[in-house]
Write a new protein. Sequence first.
Length: 281
Amino acid sequence: MLDAVRAEALKLRRHRATWLMVWVYPIVFTMIIIGVLIYGALKAHGVPGPEQPAADWIKDSVILWAVPTSPPGRFLIAGFAAVVFAGEYGWNTWKLIIPARARWQLIAAKWVVALGFLMLALVTADLVVLLGSWLGSFEGDKIPAGVTLGAVLHAHWQSAIHALVPIAYTIAFAGLFAILTQSILATVILSIALVVIEGLWPLLGMFFHQYAPALTEGLVKLLPFYHMSNVNAWAKGGMPLPLAPDAIVSFSFGASLAVLAAWILAAALATQIRFLRQDLN
């Protein structure tokens, strides 16, 4: 299994898709931080404004982790996963690597590498942002007195774990779409449709609730769309979903997380079963 992961990482680490959709995070944020620091060094410094509260500063410092939970960020993740999983069909390389590895290991290695590369890139970009904030403090943008290293690490750790859910969810379903369609383009289109439906789910729920209230409430609670939005909004107290004046769906963070975990595992299992039965000659 470790050999399969190493081989997959070696193949993808310098791939153009990896540079454009994964390593782009630390590269772009490094360029932004350098530009901000240069601008701060050259501009004339006036009277400093009121000090920002420590809690607000820490909250602003984790802004990077909002990227993979946003629709554009998840489109990018889905695009990378499409290349990772469906690329083998376009390159016609499955038949070359299948004899050397068990099929389940090949898919598992792709999950590990795709998730690992993305988290590594995001953590690196996050460290770049924190370094930029620290360097900026020497130019007048002072770090509030109440900010402690422990509080910063705790906030960033929580944000990283929170971002892990939509990343894993997107990779799992993009991988399933790739194995089913055997096409990068079809995988990207279906993944985008999944994210778009998720955003439209509140409106769709209210529309269909007036015709089939029991069925609509059941689907809202069962399908992953509402739960993904709820998990993303848990820091703000969750996202109640009104379907009608007398019908509101509201789940706790833990409940929505459990539903999403079940869907991720189901997508992963379906991917393995389909791939094990697939004729790739």
